[in-house]
Ligand binder design. Structure first.
Ligand SMILES: C[S@@+](CC[C@H](N)C(=O)[O-])C[C@H]1O[C@@H](n2cnc3c(N)ncnc32)[C@H](O)[C@@H]1O
Length: 233
């Protein structure tokens, strides 16, 4: 599979109008990945062995992270957790694998289950450190809090958590109008912002924004000159 972002690869992605949806600030007219550039860039900068993505409509975010990790020398992998509650799209394992391969990525391991189910598995216990965590499952304060509690303890020192749909409280009808519920990830993000051991930055793009989070861990008390990129050169 070819390395890097080509016009052809982006055109192939946007040939499917579903990959232009869901609030990632994409635009087909100028082959603009919107927040996808950011997801890809973080994958190339952090260069993690492993990233976790919780929830996706048609895989836009997992594909962006997977492309980045596959383009890195480290050949990282994306663990993608989605029980396919919106429709049947993620139900058939063979189809899911083919779909991602068709978009040029072969490094996504999909788990067709909720985060609540995933944390009970041996795969969860075997994860090890995570460089990137993207939280985009059920958009409630309670679920975002559960997802964060499940994966943030595994974050690498220079890792990042991203919470999607994090700036607006409003009704969400992605599971059908009869199953409309209140989107309230922002309320969880507002709580995290009170924690002095965290840095958070809202990015007001897409329909409902995305928030970046970094932990101020033990390295924060040391002079960055001593540890950034392995110390002084
Ligand atoms: C439809 S997406 C939301 C759209 C998203 N903003 C995007 O960019 O694609 C939300 C996904 O979260 C998944 N989901 C819902 N509850 C979940 C849970 N408890 N754990 C993991 N995934 C969940 C659903 O199956 C659904 O596919």
């Amino acid at each position: 599979m070819t390395r890097g972002m080509s016009q052809e690869w982006i055109a192939g992605l946007f040939a499917d109008p579903e990959l232009l949806r869901m609030g990632h600030h994409q635009r087909a007219e100028d082959q603009n990945l919107g927040l996808g550039w950011l997801y890809y860039a973080f994958g190339r900068i952090v260069r993690p062995r492993l990233a976790v993505v919780v929830g996706s409509w048609r895989g836009f975010a997992p594909i962006m992270f997977a492309k980045a990790l596959q383009d890195n020398l480290e050949q990282g992998e994306v663990v993608f957790i989605d029980p396919s509650l919106a429709d049947d799209f993620w139900k058939d394992a063979g189809r899911v694998k083919d779909y991602f391969r068709q978009h040029g990525v072969g490094n996504i391991r999909h788990f067709p289950m909720t985060t609540q189910q995933f944390v009970t598995t041996a795969d969860y216990r075997a994860l090890g450190k995570l460089g990137l965590v993207f939280i985009d499952g059920l958009h409630t304060e309670a679920q975002a809090s559960f997802d964060y509690a499940a994966f943030s303890p595994l974050l690498e020192t220079r890792g990042f958590v991203m919470l999607h749909d994090s700036m607006i409280v409003r009704p969400d009808k992605v599971y059908g109008s009869e199953k409309a519920y209140g989107m309230s990830v922002k309320l969880f993000v507002d709580r995290l912002k009170q924690d002095p051991s965290l840095q958070l930055l809202d990015l007001p793009f897409g329909h409902t924004g995305v928030t970046l989070l970094r932990k101020l861990d033990e390295e924060a008390t040391r002079d960055p000159y001593d540890w950034l990129d392995g110390g002084p050169r």
